[in-house]
Design a protein around this ligand. Structure first.
Ligand code: GN1
Ligand code: MG
Length: 359
């Protein structure tokens, strides 16, 4: 295999590569920061695209190119300053492609955004800013005139996720079903109600829009004053219900514990974060959000811990084939932690409804 440095040399870069170091904690792609000689901070971010998961790399990179170009145009049109730090900038290869295939793996390169910070947790103040930013992200993309493909087909379709879990249970490939029966039963009890979004869509009441679909707190770059610079990790930008971006942000941000917390008592659904984020999100989306979307935001807040439980559990039952794990029980611990979060959100549904009605 080519060294990382040789891979970078296939792109149209400025300067001589000095050093390449790992970056970030994503569960899917491998990410590195690239330093060039004479510069103290990294200049580029190199990413190996996980093509087991994103099987159509061409479609993936084209989606990302369309989205970043569209956002850049919008920022220019509204005379925004510092645009290079507010939208990802991908570097073409020397053959003018938007990714490089080394015969085995797929790679892409983007500019490193200086003086930016990522967080695993946010304060209510940051949460408000994040709500506004994700709302504006959806708003900016609401008039994109190019078609985007689904980089993972039916990615946030809970009916599909439930069926994948059922298939995993049926196969029981590594004999783990017995140990997790409690979670399977609890999930099934709520399955019909949790498929509300898909049902409303079939009835023609709920539209799909371009969404980010992985709005975890750590997929957002902040500047040192807590302003959102830009949204990163654009692999899953695709048509979905707006619930995706609202619900998935709260899944990480409103959780008082970690996604894989071993101590379930650390986990709660933080209403202060919910309220601040919702306020920002409703401001950012006021130009297009429909009443049916707004009134179902509490459903979205429940749906994402629910869906993530289903996904982690299916992966655990399948023998850990999807998410990177650090220890053998990792997906089980994640399942338990997401389920606890779901139960907390479920208990607070009424309070969420009241807050939204008051906005
Ligand atoms: C994955 O790569 P990362 O950590 O940003 C996953 C998300 C999950 C998340 C759980 C393509 O995102 O959908 O919510 O892990 N991305 C994909 O932490 O499956
Ligand atoms: Mg990420």
């Amino acid at each position: 295999m080519e060294t990382l440095k040789n891979i970078v040399l296939n792109f149209n870069i400025e300067g001589n590569v000095a050093e390449i170091k790992p970056l970030g904690e994503g569960l899917i792609n491998d990410t590195f920061k690239v330093y060039v000689e004479g510069e103290e901070s990294p200049k580029y971010v190199l990413q190996r695209i996980n093509n087991a998961i994103f099987q159509d790399v061409e479609l993936l990179q084209d989606n990302i190119e369309k989205v970043t170009n569209h956002i850049r145009k919008k920022l220019v049109a509204r005379n925004e300053s510092d645009i290079e730090r507010k939208v990802l900038n991908f570097i073409k290869t020397k053959c003018l492609e938007n990714y490089y295939f080394d015969g085995n793996k797929y790679w892409r390169l983007m500019t490193f955004i200086n003086d930016s910070y990522t967080y695993q947790a946010v304060t209510p103040e940051y949460s408000y800013t994040a709500g506004l930013a994700f709302g504006e992200f959806q708003s900016m993309l609401s008039d994109i005139d190019q078609e985007l493909g689904e980089t993972i087909p039916s990615f946030h379709n809970i009916e599909l996720r439930l069926n994948q879990l059922r298939e995993a249970v049926e196969k029981d490939a590594v004999g783990r079903v017995k140990e997790v029966q409690y979670y399977i039963d609890e999930i099934e009890k709520r399955a019909e109600a949790m498929c509300l979004g898909e049902q409303l869509h079939r009835e023609g009441k709920l539209p799909k829009r371009i969404c980010h679909c992985d709005t975890k707190v750590n997929n957002m770059l902040f500047d040192k004053d807590g302003n959102v610079l830009c949204v990163i990790d654009l692999d899953t930008v695709m048509p979905s219900f707006i619930f995706s971006d609202f619900g998935d942000f709260l899944r990480s941000a409103a959780n008082t514990g970690a996604e894989d917390d071993k101590n379930l008592d650390n986990i709660d659904f933080n209403m202060e974060i919910f309220e601040a984020f919702t306020k920002g999100y409703l401001e950012g989306t006021k130009s297009f959000l429909l009443p049916i979307e707004k009134e179902n935001l509490p459903y979205a807040a429940k749906l994402f811990p629910y869906m993530q439980t289903v996904r982690f559990l299916a992966d655990y039952i399948n023998g850990d084939t999807y998410y990177k794990i650090q220890y053998p029980e990792h997906n089980l611990i994640r399942t338990k932690a997401q389920w606890r979060l779901f139960e907390c959100a479920e208990r607070k549904e009424e309070a969420m409804r009241e807050f939204i009605a008051s906005c």
